[in-house]
Design a protein around this ligand. Structure first.
Ligand SMILES: Cc1cc2nc3c(=O)[nH]c(=O)nc-3n(C[C@H](O)[C@H](O)[C@H](O)COP(=O)(O)OP(=O)(O)OC[C@H]3O[C@@H](n4cnc5c(N)ncnc54)[C@H](O)[C@@H]3O)c2cc1C
Length: 607
């Protein structure tokens, strides 16, 4: 048979189109009748209700400020700025990520002003005490569930800029800056990182000198690698910044200090001797305007040195109660702790969202029949699919308790607990954010192609949350600090012949736990056994790490070089410490639940 001529083809196509049009105009019957395969019922309707009380479970997982969270969700769904959409009788909100970078940044600002007008940020900086801080954490978590950019933009302003003023500043700074910061009259950023130095903050090259004739500090970026880089808020909106800089007094470098500098006037014009550039489009967080800043001998008043750690007198004398430069530097990094607490917690909410989406999908999506003419199998009925998602779900429960614990010890901090908080927040920030990225990837794949659709969130969240493993302390660098701190504690205990106290290392004061020779299923599942083996692993790694360092030092290596060589043990130790600490938070949370279905459910995840 010959192929139809072009004229025949055109005529045939015209007939088909005419048929469609006639059908649209005249037919009363729908051309497509719904077929059963297109029907969808949400998993909560298709599955029996849970045997535990849902609101009790939520109370346990969110842990605090439930009403405040609901109030904020309510504010969001009421405003068009948050793009509310009704589906299945429920209101969903989500940013429009197809907007350009510039539009996303402007939307972030509009949303901030709306939340500001609603009183969301009240007391975020002027309030005091654990309750105020827990409320702030809860509201910030809700904001992050809506949009990571919005949370990060606010985090930079309230937690980093505001936190630096609270922690490094003294009364004069608190009186002058905190209320205006809380009310977003001034917009702050936090310029620590430079092009040449990120993790190594002590190596930054910005230099500040003091001019006693005018009573001013002079901030300078002496070379290209000294430009401040990645500074959230700097590209478009920030009016002021905390500048981290080497302080040079009378020719002597006193190390890194923090200053306040204005970079824009109230009309948004860049201040004299300041240059700003945009960091451009990123793989995520495009609602945040990250920028670069150069200071060309910018003059600021002497009072703009944040002087809780060290000061310079009007005649140019350097004054600090902390004589040890290492300790002084450590004091300057304190505000990063609150940032790490919020990052750890927000990573858990990201994991929860992605698991909720992927598990709900796996309860409705079917693929392949095992026998002909039988319904296809639900994804979650495949053991392999369960194996992919449910251990991540169990871990996310554990990490949720860990994040709640971290927030609690942070808001109840005392000078004595600061070291523990530093170590635990570093460890949890790294482990929880790594867990989140792993969870996002698995959930994305578990949703197949749908996981790639921006509207379905998971694939997009990978780009949004990836940065959490890098900013406010690169995860690998943080984990090194954790193992170093454990080693220092171990050496101090050996030297002073005193018991371990703090960091959860008290188990090393007891003799080594026995591993039963008969490992039955019930033994393996007992919390005592699990605690014992986690402690055993930590103990073993700590002792081996200390022994290896000491051996390398005995061979003539410096302590720092020995630490580099022992990186594998250090890494394993950091993880063992974190796993043991996280398991403990899970056991404590489960122990606090009274008997009933909720406790049984939580127990299932634990064991
Ligand atoms: C989106 C975004 C927003 C940001 N916002 C801000 C902000 O508002 N203000 C601000 O000051 N900064 C900000 N930063 C900067 C951020 O804090 C830094 O990127 C971070 O500290 C890491 O520094 P770096 O990028 O120079 O990486 P590097 O420090 O160069 O690290 C690169 C790699 O080397 C590894 N590495 C580094 N040191 C060691 C070591 N001793 N041993 C073994 N491995 C090592 C790290 O693990 C990492 O994998 C932001 C960054 C991004 C991407």
């Amino acid at each position: 048979m010959g192929s139809p001529s072009p004229a025949d083809q055109v005529s045939r196509r015209a007939q088909v189109l005419a048929g469609h049009l006639r059908g649209l105009q005249t037919s009363t019957e729908p051309s497509l009748s719904p077929s059963p395969c297109l029907q969808y019922s949400p998993p909560e309707l298709a599955s029996p209700p849970p045997d535990f009380n849902l609101s009790d479970m939520r109370k346990l997982m969110d842990g605090h400020n439930l009403q405040d969270r609901d109030w904020l969700f309510g504010l969001m769904i009421q405003s068009k700025l948050f793009n509310p959409r009704v589906a299945g009788g429920r209101v969903f909100v989500s940013p429009d990520y197809s907007q350009s970078m510039e539009q996303q940044r402007e939307m972030t600002m509009k949303r901030i002003h709306y939340l500001l007008d609603c009183g969301v940020f009240q007391e975020w900086l002027t309030g005091r005490g654990p309750e105020v801080e827990m409320r702030k954490f809860a509201l910030h978590e809700v904001i992050g569930m809506y949009d990571h950019s919005l949370a990060v933009k606010l985090g930079v302003h309230y937690f980093l800029w505001g936190g630096a003023i609270q922690f490094f500043g003294t009364k004069r700074h608190h009186d002058k800056w905190l209320r205006d910061t809380e009310n977003y009259v001034i917009k702050g950023c936090f310029a620590m990182t430079e092009l040449g130095h990120g993790s190594n903050v002590r190596g930054i090259e910005t230099v500040t000198t003091y001019d006693s004739k005018t009573g001013e500090f002079v901030i300078n970026s002496p070379c290209e690698s000294a430009q401040k880089y990645w500074i959230g808020g700097a590209a478009n909106h920030a009016t002021h910044t905390i500048v981290f800089s080497q302080l040079n007094i009378n020719g002597k470098s006193e190390g890194v200090h923090a200053f306040i500098a204005q970079i824009r006037d109230t009309d948004g014009n860049i201040c004299p001797n300041v240059r700003v550039a945009d960091c451009g489009h990123k793989i995520g967080l495009n609602g945040v305007d990250n920028g670069r800043i150069w200071f060309d001998n910018v003059r600021i008043p002497r009072e703009n040195l944040l002087n809780s750690v060290a000061d310079v007198s009007p005649d140019g004398q350097y004054l600090s109660a902390i004589k040890d430069p290492d300790q002084r530097f450590a004091a300057f990094l304190a505000p990063l702790t609150s940032g790490r607490v919020t990052i750890a917690s927000s990573a858990v909410y990201s994991s929860k969202m992605s698991l909720a989406i992927a598990i709900r999908y796996s309860l409705t999506r079917r693929a392949f029949s095992l026998t002909p003419n039988q319904p296809e199998v639900l994804l979650l009925d495949y053991p392999s699919h369960q194996r992919r998602l449910l251990p991540l779900l169990a871990k996310t429960y554990a990490m949720s308790f860990a994040a709640n614990y971290l927030k609690m010890i942070y808001v109840k901090r005392t000078p004595e607990s600061n070291k523990t908080i530093h170590v635990v927040s570093s460890a949890f920030k790294a482990i929880l954010t790594w867990h989140n990225m792993r969870t996002l990837q698995e959930c994305r794949e578990a949703c197949g192609g749908q996981g790639l659709k921006t509207e379905n969130r998971i694939g997009h969240m990978k780009g949004e949350y990836d940065v959490q493993s890098t900013f406010e302390g690169d995860n690998n660098v943080l984990m090194q600090q954790v193992s170093k701190a454990l080693l220092a504690e171990y050496i101090a205990v050996q030297k002073r012949n005193r018991p371990f106290k703090g960091l959860g290392l008290e188990h090393l004061n007891k003799s080594c736990p026995d591993v039963p020779s008969q490992l039955t299923s019930s033994t393996l599942r007992s919390s005592q056994f699990q605690t014992d083996i986690f402690c055993l692993r930590e103990r073993d790694l700590l002792i081996r790490f200390a022994a290896e360092i000491s051996q390398l030092q005995a061979q003539g290596l410096s302590r720092e070089y020995a630490l580099l060589q022992s990186y594998q043990l250090a890494e394993d130790l950091g993880r063992a410490f974190s796993d043991r600490a996280i398991l403990q938070t899970f056991l404590d949370a489960e122990a606090a639940v009274s008997s009933g279905p909720l406790k049984v459910n939580i127990g299932n995840f634990l064991l």
